[in-house]
Design a protein around this ligand. Sequence first.
Ligand SMILES: [Zn+2]
Length: 317
Amino acid sequence: MTAVSRYYPVHLERRPSLAGAGRVAMNAGRHVWAYAAGLWHNTALLRIEDVHPALPVEDLDRALGMCEARGIPVAIGVIPRFVDGATVVDLGGAVAARLRRAAADGAVLGLHGLTHQRGEGVTAADYEYAPGDDVEPTEAARRLVEGRAILAAEGLFPRFWETPHYTCDEERHRAMFTQAFPWQFERYPPGVSHSLQSRSVVRLGPVTWFPENLYYIPGYADDAWVDQMLAHAARLRCVPSAVAGTYVHTFVRGELVARLLDGMLELGFVFRSLPDAARRTRPRGRGTALADRLRKAALIATGFDDPRALPPPVPIL
Ligand SMILES: [Zn+2]
């Protein structure tokens, strides 16, 4: 009784108010919503990034092995030609062989530019179609054909396009890329930057956009970085049908990749292949309007729509 009499007056001082009651109801609602959301599975997409001819095949093998061990289907962004100064290497040999094996096991390959560089730049570090570079459309088309031909000569067939550093001159090149590949892997689908749409797979006409919305593990990352990605994934999980997309480079420390993948699985995400995720996505239209409204409400309720909740901007790689 002593304890009660000591604390009781404190409660009496907090007079009930409508706003207070609203806050309590809102918080309770969030918990109920988050619990209910945990009852369904959300889709996750994983891409292995910047796979090029000069890559140590052991690194690629290790990255693929980590995914295979967890039953995680992967998309692979492939750069067919490596360029560094006078060094020019087309895809072949052990890296191509490992990619063939991965494709046979269900990995989906994507064309990630021809060289992912320009001028004196080094492959994978540089842009290829940056605005202002004035790559002529005929030259961009030639690179598309050449990239595909290099892969085809090795028995590899890309099914999606991923613009180097997600950056290109929209007017000059985007239409061409979407014509060449109806599947696009993007951080934010161009022209549909609405927060809801960058948190799910979007089918617009004949083009399907797969989102990358969790950012990635940069070379300087630590455990805390990965935990931050997982925190964002956890919030995203509260949104019905939301899709979490991320990618890893083959040179990233294995412990960090394992931390991310196992963390996502623990959160209840189901990693799906691009074809599987595409199959589960209905074209945008009147029929999806109500579902969109519900998901938008969920984004707001879970705080995921708050720009402050987004990860800090990081350099695109
Ligand atoms: Zn890249």
